[in-house]
Design a protein around this ligand. Structure first.
Ligand SMILES: Nc1ncnc2c1ncn2[C@@H]1O[C@H](COP(=O)(O)OP(=O)(O)OP(=O)(O)O)[C@@H](O)[C@H]1O
Length: 272
């Protein structure tokens, strides 16, 4: 597969205020093309807010998010998706009644000429177009390891499989930047390992950029090229995972203890 041209994602001075709360305070980081960049931090640090601004769901109070030549902070979610940014959600957002194949097909919608969801007239061109899209859906299903479930109603499937179907639907948009919101939350060990393998394969085989919000530090250490750490809306550290994990301020943020008493840190802890 040829690697598409991937722009940098540059977040600068991003501030988001809700009534009385500064959820993000002048945060900046850059996702380099083809890398996995993790945003981590204790509960309430501002990770979801950041994700929601980047995907156009929340408006920034100030600051900028540039994806190549495009400024994203004024764009609605569908325009951001059209630039090749796809996201998954913390909670499963699939239709339980639809088959797995049709759930993944929804990701193709922005790429269809006829808009198959609304097309009433089934002309030969539409049928051919649909056949091509379904072939690509099957390839993507194989890539994330859900081929055997394609015809199954989605509601019956185990949680780990559902999370991979969500990833497949995001990949079906042929993104150049994939945003994953806690992709292994609530999974058991086996499911986590499987998801980590798929995420690594996305980076290696598709060459696209990945922005990851994640609590599981094992996962972040294993996958991320760069990590940005948020605490109470501020960026407190950034760098390669091994470096960030030893940063005294990061240890303090996660454990609430002085760095003399802390050696390394398990960052899946919630703020007390
Ligand atoms: N829509 C909103 N309205 C008001 N306050 C909000 C809203 N969304 C988030 N906040 C507040 O902004 C702060 C950051 O929340 P956010 O959900 O971004 O943190 P988080 O790091 O994603 O936390 P978690 O790990 O628990 O998901 C919190 O104080 C939260 O209560």
């Amino acid at each position: 597969m040829s690697t598409p041209r991937i722009p940098e994602l540059v977040v600068s001075d991003l501030t988001v205020k809700f009534a009385g709360i500064t959820a993000l305070d002048a945060v900046g980081f850059t996702v380099a093309p083809g890398t996995i960049h993790a945003v981590i931090g204790p509960n309430g640090a501002g990770k979801s807010t950041c994700f929601n601004v980047l995907s156009g769901v929340y408006r920034a109070t100030s600051g900028s998010v540039r994806f190549g030549e495009h400024e994203l902070t004024k764009l609605p979610p569908h325009k951001i998706a059209h630039l090749g940014m796809a996201r998954t959600f913390q909670n499963i957002a699939l239709s339980k009644l639809m088959s797995v194949e049709n759930n993944i097909m929804i990701g193709r919608h922005r790429l269809t000429r006829s808009g198959f969801l609304t097309a009433g007239l089934r002309l030969p061109l539409n049928r051919r177009e649909e056949r091509d899209h379904r072939a690509r859906v099957r390839e993507i299903a194989a890539f994330v390891g859900v081929s055997e479930y394609l015809a199954a109603p989605t509601g019956m499937l185990p949680y780990g499989v559902l999370k991979r179907i969500e990833l497949a639907r995001a990949l079906a948009m042929e993104p150049i930047l994939l945003m994953l919101d806690e992709p292994v939350a609530g999974m058991n060990g086996g499911e986590r390992r499987r998801m980590a393998e798929v995420i690594k394969a996305v980076q290696e085989d598709l060459g696209i950029s990945i922005l990851l919000v994640e609590h599981d530090m094992g996962m972040v250490m294993q996958l991320a090229d760069q990590v940005t750490v948020l605490d109470f809306g501020k960026r407190i550290a950034s760098g390669p995972p091994a470096e960030v994990q030893q940063n005294p301020e990061v240890i303090r943020a996660y454990l609430g203890v002085s760095d003399e008493n802390a050696t390394g840190v398990s960052m899946d802890k919630e703020r007390a």
